[in-house]
Write a protein that binds this ligand. Structure first.
Ligand SMILES: [Mg+2]
Length: 385
């Protein structure tokens, strides 16, 4: 009988990495992205790594980088230490009993467990989810400089260098009329060479959304993401049935239970499936299954993870037969530096599925040391330049 490979130790670190430009969202402007990394050490000497990242501190959702770290170190690590490292489902079920919510923290730990398992059996993580059916996926870019001319220049350059031809515009901070005009200018500039979509990040009222969706679809915008607050399912259903433009749920989807309710309420045409927001790769695969069963469109969503979390998501989405709306797995490209020794590859409007065992990501220890918050470096001064 093979000896059990136990979970020996779970470590976390917070990294602060500057973004290449201000990332203007309806609720926050990001100049630094903060990632929580998890390293699980197993009794046979193997290791697994995972990432739990959110957007804009506490302005996007209920978890912050600091709460993610504390939930893992104080509540999850002691419960998991000493357990069978190969029993990922057992770990998920135990943590679900012990810890409510805290989905991003759960996703980070679970990712590291899957990564360790994949490395020990020497298969990519996609294989543990039934096998990859894609070796690359379409990848959108977010235009969020806050300025139309800057965004147009950025979009045209991305098309020219064949990096992106799907653009998501972050709007909702200005008036609906100004936002629609901004989107129309960009759509006119890129024409049929690119798909233009918008993300409101819950900023509109139903009344604003009616004007917004009417204007957006007239401007040639194809999809509107989470125009209303996450709980407004009836109002989202009204928008989904009232307009031709596709309505996508993002903040409304926190795991499979939400996915079932949103699908049953017809409160979206498309699911933006995020590994972190779903509570991990396993729960994300369940959200995907519900969306598929309901006949909804699927889209791979990001919390602007570094290469590590991005690679983990790519492993799962590589197994999804039809991703009608592609992905937005561009997180590493928004950062001034890549923390992987083998960065994720972007080419020909696509992102490639990483090869190698587990998540397929190897950390660059010099980079992680450099960006660690507990090493006393203050990133805010650097990021504010
Ligand atoms: Mg979104």
């Amino acid at each position: 009988m093979r000896p059990v490979t136990k979970i020996d130790q779970i470590e976390t670190m917070i990294l602060d990495i500057p973004t290449i430009r201000g990332h203007v969202l309806s609720m926050a402007t990001m100049r630094t992205q903060t990632a929580v990394l998890v390293k699980v050490k197993f009794s046979d000497g193997s290791e697994g790594i995972g990432e739990g990242t959110t957007i804009g501190g506490l302005s996007y959702g209920a978890e912050s980088p600091e709460s993610i770290q504390s939930a893992i170190e104080t509540y999850m690590a002691p419960a998991l230490t000493g357990r069978d490292g190969n029993d990922v489902n057992g770990a998920i079920q135990l943590i679900d009993r012990l810890v409510k919510g805290n989905r991003i923290a759960k996703a980070a730990v679970e990712g590291a467990l899957w990564d360790g398992l994949g490395k020990r059996v020497n298969v990519p993580l996609s294989q543990l989810f039934g096998g990859a059916v894609h070796d690359k996926l379409p990848v959108a870019w977010t235009l969020a400089s806050g300025n139309s001319e800057t965004d147009i220049a950025e979009a045209l350059e991305m098309i020219e260098i064949r990096r992106h031809n799907i653009f998501k515009l972050k709007i909702g901070k200005r008036s609906v009329r100004d936002d629609v005009a901004h989107v129309a200018r960009i759509k006119q500039a890129v024409g049929d060479a690119a798909s233009v979509r918008v993300d409101i990040n819950t900023a509109w009222s139903l009344q604003e959304a009616r004007w917004g969706l009417k204007g957006l679809q007239e401007a040639g915008c194809e999809l509107v993401e989470q125009p209303l607050p996450a709980r407004y399912r009836k109002a989202m259903a009204e928008l989904a049935s009232g307009y031709e433009i596709a309505v996508m749920a993002d903040e409304a989807l926190n795991g499979p239970e939400d996915a079932l309710e949103v699908a049953a309420a017809k409160a979206a045409d498309v699911f933006a499936v995020k590994v972190a927001q779903s509570g991990g790769l396993k729960r994300a695969s369940e959200v995907i299954a519900i969306g598929q069963a309901a006949g909804l469109g699927l889209y791979g969503g990001t919390m602007l993870e570094t290469g590590l979390g991005t690679a983990a998501a790519l492993q799962l989405f590589a197994t999804v037969e039809t991703l009608r709306w592609g992905t937005e797995f561009f997180g590493p490209l928004l950062l001034t530096d890549d923390i992987l020794a083998n960065p994720v590859v972007y080419r020909d409007f696509c992102v490639e599925i990483p090869r190698g065992p587990g998540i397929g990501a190897t950390l660059d220890p010099d980079k992680t040391d450099f960006y660690r918050r507990d090493r006393g470096r203050t990133m805010k001064a650097v990021a504010g330049k």
